[in-house]
Design a protein around this ligand. Structure first.
Ligand code: SF4
Length: 235
């Protein structure tokens, strides 16, 4: 069976009917996002939120509070977020140090130059690559880039092309290109797409997809076993 080709606006409508309107579950202010991102490991919204709440309760998240704490205190506060709290504590102090030394304690001045410079500056923070930068730019409303959830770029590529690529970066860029070609370059439209694709990638279109309970099954190239080169094995 060959899947009908569904447009991105239509599939987002379908996902919104299934999951309801979505809101970011992370702090969108860039400094807070950088801290939140290191509050859990392996990274997940739940673990990051547990570590984040514990850190806020125990020590605070402001750069001066993080720098005044010992790494042992920070690691203790980060424990509810999962593994390697000592390493994450070290990363938090690196972030706080950079924000104080280079940006006077607030990241606002980082965003004043051209987007290429902003991107380069953000990537100097630990564990921030293009997907993290895209998310910050989009949700901080600095540029309406085609951000794709870093843990599930495969969702859109499966639906439209039938199969994600083996290379993560290629899959990510393919998903970006689909968004760029079908959604307006507007914050609201692209934030909505990010959030709905994230919800779908986390609950149904996981690494091992649950196609039999998916609201997009009848229009998904992956579910129909269609790829550019032939039939897929879906299980
Ligand atoms: S049908 Fe399967 S592969 Fe397609 S979007 Fe749904 S869960 Fe993902």
């Amino acid at each position: 069976m060959k899947a009908r080709t569904i447009s991105v606006p239509d599939l987002l409508e379908r996902l919104e009917s299934h999951y309801g309107p979505q809101e970011p579950c992370w702090p969108v202010y860039p400094y807070e996002f950088l801290i939140w991102w290191h509050c859990g490991y392996p990274a997940s919204d739940d673990r990051c939120m547990r570590g984040w709440e514990s850190l806020k309760r125990g020590l605070g998240i402001q750069p001066d509070r993080i720098l005044a704490a010992s790494q042992a205190q920070l690691a203790e506060a980060l424990k509810p977020g999962g593994m390697v709290p000592e390493l994450r504590a070290m990363r938090l102090q690196q972030i706080a140090q950079c924000v104080v030394n280079e940006y006077g304690g607030r990241l606002d001045s980082l965003f004043t130059g051209p987007i290429a410079d902003v991107r380069k500056a953000l990537k100097r923070f630990p564990n921030i690559a293009d997907p993290g930068v895209d998310r910050i730019l989009l949700f901080e409303r600095k540029a309406p880039v085609a951000a794709v959830p870093s843990n599930c770029p495969h969702v859109l590529v499966r639906i439209i092309h039938g199969q994600e690529r083996e290379d993560y970066g290629v899959t990510y860029r393919e998903a970006q290109s689909i968004i760029e070609s079908q959604l307006p370059e507007q914050f609201q439209a692209r934030q909505r797409a990010f959030l709905l694709l994230k919800a779908h990638g986390q609950s149904i279109c996981k690494r091992k997809p649950q196609c039999d309970r998916c609201p997009l099954q009848s229009d998904c190239a992956y579910a129909a076993g269609v790829t550019r080169g032939g039939r897929l094995q879906n299980s």
